[in-house]
Design a protein around this ligand. Structure first.
Ligand code: AHG
Ligand code: MN
Ligand code: MN
Length: 329
């Protein structure tokens, strides 16, 4: 039985990084407990406010955010936090060497219906120790991440983590409160017959994405000459978890539904940490054409189209987009 603490020691994880990961995953235990109590803990329903991105906040969005913020503020290694639910990054300890970014509660629309939700986190180096951190300090590409992971609050609570060149999966033992390693080296098959997309946005997609989904729906009778299957959890953390378990393709593509939004998902809190996990497990992650992890961020809340999962399928989507661009050009 390898616990998270054993694992961090085993891979000689830097002490500061270990402590920050432990803080985040400890808060995950508290969120998991609250979710288990559900309505009895008065965590369901609306908070009555909107976040900086104009989204209605749920009670648990605010609660999870505050729990993470408070815990990280007390961690001397944390120089600052940036969250989907905060207007600006919040400075923490000026001598800290790490910045922590998170989506405190992913899949908010699932909270009130007792379906899977999660917490996604990303850890970056802080380069101006001794001075208070600002939004600008967080604008580093995904390749700079020192660690990334998620907590999935499903039928059991699981942690997926990458700090070395592999992805490790842990399961929370509710009896001991320990995260126990259940998969030492997660690997995604290059091919898949399962895909994940919110098809109700079809009319807002670009032509190559419409063509791709048309081909999958045509199945055996179409150019792909085999049948595909759809799954949509409505929480990226659930869809990514399924892909880490059995492969697949997940996309929230570019759409024209809302002006000035390149996609729905957020680069810093969702796309970057998930892309690091997916790549380290042998998959690919793009904005349909370019690698997500290479994007130079310009805003902590920026959105990005996301196509990730089994390598050959992600490449196929890229080919369709390039072919379409060539025809246009
Ligand atoms: P969040 O709850 O943090 O705002 O994220 C929700 C995201 C993502 O997790 C999920 O894949 C997607 O939004 C669901 O979108 P639809 O409402 O279009 O299904
Ligand atoms: Mn989210
Ligand atoms: Mn969220």
């Amino acid at each position: 039985m390898t616990t998270l603490t054993d694992y961090l020691n085993h891979v000689s994880c830097d002490a500061a990084l270990s402590e920050v990961i432990t803080t985040v995953t400890d808060v995950g235990k508290t969120i998991a407990q609250l979710l288990r109590k559900g309505a009895l803990a008065d965590i369901l329903g609306e908070a009555g406010n909107q976040n900086v991105q104009g989204e209605d906040q749920k009670k648990l969005d605010v609660l999870a955010n505050d729990l993470l913020l408070d815990a990280l503020a007390q961690n001397s290694h944390c120089a600052g936090v940036a969250s989907e639910e905060l207007d600006h990054a919040t400075p923490a300890n000026v001598d800290g060497s790490l910045l922590v970014l998170f989506d405190p509660l992913d899949g908010s629309s699932n909270i009130d219906i007792n379906m899977a939700v999660g917490t996604i986190f990303s850890i970056l180096p802080y380069n101006r120790q001794g001075q208070a951190s600002k939004d600008q300090d967080f604008l580093q590409p995904g390749t700079k991440q020192l660690a990334a992971g998620y907590l999935l609050y499903g039928t059991s609570t699981m942690l997926a983590l990458t700090i070395t060149d592999t992805v490790v999966m842990f399961s929370l033992d509710p009896d001991t409160g320990d995260y126990i390693v259940v998969e030492e080296q997660v690997q995604i098959d290059a091919d898949t017959s399962e895909y994940s997309i919110n098809s109700s946005n079809y009319r807002y997609w670009r032509a190559p994405m419409q063509q791709y989904i048309d081909e999958l729906i045509a199945g055996e009778a179409g150019v792909r000459e085999r049948d595909f299957n759809t799954r949509w959890v409505a929480a990226m953390v659930g869809d990514v978890h399924r892909i880490l378990c059995r492969g697949g393709l997940f996309t929230y593509p570019f759409d024209t539904k809302y002006a000035n939004k390149a996609g729905k998902l957020r680069l810093m809190y969702e796309a970057n940490p998930m892309s690091l996990l997916i790549e380290r497990a042998g998959g690919s992650a793009t904005d349909a054409v370019n690698r997500i992890l290479d994007i130079e961020p310009t805003d902590i809340h920026q959105r990005v189209p996301v196509v990730l999962g089994s390598k050959n399928e992600v490449n196929y989507v890229r080919e369709l987009h390039l072919q379409h661009a060539n025809k246009q050009g």
